[in-house]
Design a protein around this ligand. Structure first.
Ligand SMILES: CC(C)(COP(=O)(O)OP(=O)(O)OC[C@H]1O[C@@H](n2cnc3c(N)ncnc32)[C@H](O)[C@@H]1OP(=O)(O)O)[C@@H](O)C(=O)NCCC(=O)NCCS
Length: 145
């Protein structure tokens, strides 16, 4: 059983371009936090960050599933530092588990003030996706499992 998980994870990492993996994961999205993304206090809205994280994890899940997939859960999310307008926001994704139909991706988010070299981690979370067939029913990530 453990061998199956290891094999699926290795195959998934090939599909998810882990050849380009750095210490923090695969760089999937880099963007700039804009004034339209703020909360009433003037910092960046947590919901905007969560949306970017879902996009980053979903991007990797789509490559691993090689087809449609849906977010089924978001776990262990924590906000460590606020993100400010103008910050460069970078999202790194790491494939951590491939089940029969599910794909778990860890996302780390780093923010760098516009005029500084010092970025810091601002949030992270695990996203679980389920590979779906054309009718929206879960399907195996790999044909032979
Ligand atoms: C995704 C969906 C089709 C899964 O249906 P389901 O009946 O729960 O499917 P299953 O019970 O067969 O589970 C499928 C896989 O997901 C995993 N899973 C299900 N719920 C989970 C949860 N809450 N957390 C982690 N994994 C979960 C199962 O363990 C299983 O993994 P495995 O095959 O690798 O062992 C269904 O929940 C759904 O349509 N959800 C809405 C998805 C959506 O709209 N997302 C966007 C929200 S805006």
């Amino acid at each position: 059983m453990t061998e199956d998980y290891d094999k699926r994870l290795a195959l998934g990492k090939q599909r998810g371009s882990h050849g380009r993996q750095q210490d923090k994961g695969v760089l999937v999205i880099r963007t700039i936090a804009m004034p339209a993304d703020t909360n009433p206090a003037g910092d960046i809205f947590g919901g905007w960050l969560m949306s970017q994280m879902d996009l980053a994890a979903g991007n990797m899940a789509a490559r691993v599933a090689q087809g449609r997939s849906a977010t089924v859960s978001v776990e262990a999310m924590q906000f460590l530092q606020p993100v400010k307008v103008g910050d460069e926001v970078t999202l790194y994704a790491t494939l951590v588990h491939v089940g029969r139909t599910s794909i778990r991706v860890h996302v780390d988010v780093w923010a760098r003030p516009r005029q500084s070299d010092n970025g810091q981690k601002v949030t992270d979370a695990d996203f679980v996706f389920v590979a779906l067939d054309k009718t929206g029913v879960p399907r195996p990530v790999f044909e032979d499992s």
